[in-house]
Design a protein around this ligand. Structure first.
Ligand SMILES: [Zn+2]
Length: 123
């Protein structure tokens, strides 16, 4: 299967910097009402983000290169894992409640996942 190379993302839909990304993650944690004692950002090889059971959230700095709404989806996905550890029905209903268009964002994100993998292979 061939995948189209994603168009370059216009600057106005990107995160301003890591601090903006982290501050939005804090806002979402408050909204979802989960405890997130630490949010860090670093380059990650094969995923956009991860979260520990104790709520330590790690965000891939590559999120700064893709549209904000996709990073927001990644943040909400990870935070909802503090409520539901799997991707089952309950998880999806929380996603629908917090981000009604999450499925569309998830599909859009796949285009960029391909780009990140390509870059990693080249390293
Ligand atoms: Zn997940």
């Amino acid at each position: 299967m061939t995948m189209k190379f994603p168009p370059r993302t216009p600057a106005n839909v990107l995160w301003h910097d890591v601090n903006e990304l982290k501050s939005v993650a804090h806002q979402w944690a408050e909204r979802i009402n989960v405890v997130v004692p630490q949010i860090q950002a670093r380059q990650m090889r094969s995923k956009w983000a991860s979260i520990s059971t104790t709520g330590r959230l790690t965000l891939n700095t590559d999120l700064l290169q893709i549209p904000k709404e996709l990073g927001e989806f990644v943040i909400v996905h990870e935070l909802v894992h503090l409520l539901v550890p799997n991707h089952g029905k309950v998880f999806k209903s929380f996603m629908h409640a917090y981000l009604p268009d999450w499925e569309q964002r998830e599909r859009h994100l796949r285009i960029y996942a391909h780009t990140v993998r390509k870059r990693d292979q080249a390293k």
